[in-house]
Design a protein around this ligand. Structure first.
Ligand code: PSU
Ligand code: MN
Length: 313
């Protein structure tokens, strides 16, 4: 049912899609294991995959199974990532350790983009990107998602970054790292649960075709000086966003709780996400599911346009 590549297992459906110019969209697995609450996470993971299929694409959810980086998972593997307590969160630097120790692992945006690029996938859909944490001046806590995107030519569709982060600092770092940020039908950087983070973007596009064109031109013109990714920011519609008053209250409580409990390192993001899901009584989950599916749809359309513009490149 699956094929072994060099160090990577690529699902035959994904190989076939890549060979036949069918849009392939990479999906991360940390959102399943550490970003969404059980038991909804498995259902949501399946729905995200189905969204890609509904728009004519093939999903490639990426994770590490018994030490093997896998691009495209069986339903049984998706269930393992969603339900097992033995799934560790893996950044790029953890991939070698996980392989050597034969661990099961869920990949962050950084690790997913890295493995997707090795499989020749160009487009990746997620919910929120990691970024610069608040008080990073003291903690030095900046997600490796940012440096990964500075080196991996991947078009990443997200709904911004969560307000648990320092949003303007994250945007500044993306500039330094040569990662362009495009707003899809918005001139404002989205705030994940909220349509608008309050920070303006320089570039906005209204059509997937234009985004694909700009992405391909970026990869042509920036190379070989840089081979960076592109961030496409797709806001949740205002009518579907989390109530801003509820959002601000929970955010302050979450940050205070993390501080009080001394949460540090890779545990910070999962802690804050879980706090939100628990304390908003399902509202944050509703918004999260909606925005990830919208991102999966847009990513599939961009992947199709990239193929139209540069078939079998
Ligand atoms: N932000 C979200 N949901 C998530 C994550 C971030 O809104 O699930 C996950 C992603 O996998 C992201 C990772 O790559 O957290 C970033 O973790 P860290 O801050 O430890 O780099
Ligand atoms: Mn961190």
């Amino acid at each position: 049912m699956t094929v072994d590549g060099v160090g990577l297992r690529i699902h035959p459906e994904v190989i076939e899609a890549l060979e036949s110019d069918t849009p392939v969209v990479a999906l991360e697995s940390t959102i399943i294991s550490h970003g969404l609450p059980r038991p909804d996470n498995l259902r949501v993971a399946r729905e995200i995959e189905q969204t890609v299929r509904d728009h004519g694409g093939v999903p490639a959810t990426i994770a590490v199974i018994e030490g093997k980086p896998c691009v495209g998972l069986s339903d049984e593997e998706l269930r393992l990532i969603a339900e097992s307590d033995d799934v560790v969160k893996l950044g790029v630097r953890d991939l070698g350790v996980a392989a050597a120790k034969g661990l099961h692992g869920a990949t962050t945006v950084a690790a997913t983009a890295s493995l997707a690029a090795q499989a020749d996938i160009d487009v990746f859909a997620t919910g929120g990107l990691g970024g610069v944490h608040r008080h990073a001046r003291d903690s030095w806590d900046e997600s490796a998602d940012l440096t990964a995107l500075s080196r991996i030519p991947m078009a990443v569709v997200c709904a911004g970054v969560k307000s648990i982060l320092d949003v303007p600092a994250t945007l500044e770092r993306l500039e330094t790292l040569n990662v362009p940020v495009f707003g899809y039908r918005t001139t404002q950087f989205p705030g994940f649960y909220l349509a608008d983070s309050g920070h303006a973007l320089e570039w906005s596009f209204d059509f997937a075709e234009e985004i694909a064109d700009a992405v391909l031109q970026h990869w042509q013109l920036a190379w070989p000086a840089v081979s960076s990714g592109v961030l496409i920011a797709n806001p949740i519609p205002v009518e579907d966003q989390l109530d801003p008053v509820l959002h601000d209250r929970i955010l302050n409580e979450a940050l205070a709780a993390a501080d009080k409990e001394g949460i540090a390192g890779k545990d910070v993001t999962p802690f804050l996400l879980e706090f939100f899901h628990r304390e908003t009584g399902g509202e944050s989950l509703r918004a999260n599911v909606l925005l990830v599916k919208r991102n999966a749809e847009l990513a599939t359309r961009i992947a199709a346009e990239i193929i139209d513009a540069a078939p079998n490149q």
